[in-house]
Design a protein around this ligand. Structure first.
Ligand SMILES: C[S@@+](CC[C@H](N)C(=O)[O-])C[C@H]1O[C@@H](n2cnc3c(N)ncnc32)[C@H](O)[C@@H]1O
Length: 286
């Protein structure tokens, strides 16, 4: 399959990574799923989606399939979850973790879904749209496949909200120039723009919840923030080695003093697909 993204992040083209990087990405997703702050984001998402028993859901950009399997438990044995991801490698990994629940794993592009109109009751799409070129087109596709009255729950990061304490601010300003180019996606504002995108797509009953994740130690932060994770290979920084080392030393020192702090807001935005939704540009009519 042709990559759907022109601007690459590791998550936008997992199949294009080396085997060891791809394994690292999978391990990172698994670790993130266990992090209490990501769990808090997901609980907020489930409350916003309100999955009903017997519902058919789509998890678009499902990664390791962990959330799809949790959603399958929510919809029960008469429900179903389609776990769709662009990466064949991550889909194979998700299949290998299958637990017998009602999840069907498929490879596909959220911007061009090979699914009929109105075929699901709800959609979950977590930390995916920041990696795609045309998020509005993808949202149009998610609306198209959702029946009228069904719900969309979109979860995404606002990378501009990332802030630290305990480190020299000027050093972070310099480091951020590299980080913003190589670790965070071009759509840095995806989280906070989700609500506006759903307004434009014509959804009703919108809820938008900013969940500010707090990381009180470098170890806790490293699970979600690659720029404080010393295990991320030095060459993926594309920054002067001395700068990376100085930054990571400051992170470690702040951790040792006990005054390290990082915050990042992840948005949970949900809405209901109304009857007779007008198609968005480039999307085939319902
Ligand atoms: C940061 S991961 C999030 C995975 C999962 N939603 C989670 O929260 O654990 C982003 C996922 O989106 C997938 N992805 C990226 N672009 C995609 C696209 N155009 N269509 C479908 N999936 C895509 C990636 O392969 C990756 O698994």
């Amino acid at each position: 399959m042709e990559p759907a993204q022109k601007e690459r992040t590791p998550f936008s083209d997992i199949d294009g990574l080396t085997a060891s990087m791809s394994e690292m990405v999978l391990a990172a997703l698994t670790e993130m799923g266990r992090h209490p702050e990501i769990r808090r984001v997901r609980r907020t998402g489930v409350d916003a989606l309100r999955p009903a028993l017997g519902a058919r859901l789509l998890d678009a950009g499902s990664g390791s399939g962990e959330v799809a399997r949790k959603l399958a438990a929510e919809v029960g044995p008469r429900g179903e979850v389609i776990a769709l991801d662009h990466s064949a490698a991550i889909t194979a990994a998700a299949v290998s973790r299958h637990d017998g629940s009602n999840v069907r794993y498929v490879v596909g592009d959220v911007g061009d879904l090979d699914l009929p109109d109105d075929c699901v009751d709800g959609v979950w799409c977590e930390r995916v749209l920041q990696h795609v070129d045309d998020a509005d087109r993808a949202i149009g596709e998610l609306c198209r496949v959702t029946r009228p009255g069904g719900r969309l729950c979109l979860i995404d990061t606002d990378w501009d909200s990332l802030a630290f304490d305990g480190m020299p601010p000027r050093l972070w300003d310099t480091v951020a120039r590299y980080v913003n180019r190589h670790f965070t996606p071009p759509q840095r504002d995806m989280g906070r723009t989700l609500r506006r995108r759903l307004v434009a797509a014509g959804l009703s009953g919108l809820t938008a919840t900013p969940v500010t994740c707090l990381f009180g130690s470098p170890d806790s932060a490293a699970v979600v923030l690659p720029m404080v994770n010393p295990r991320v290979p030095a060459d993926s920084w594309h920054a002067p080695l001395g700068l990376r080392d100085e930054w990571l030393a400051c992170v470690e020192a702040a951790g040792a003093r006990g005054d390290f702090l990082a915050v990042l807001t992840i948005w949970v935005v949900a809405g209901t697909v109304p009857d007779g939704l007008a198609p968005l540009g480039g999307i085939s009519p319902r």
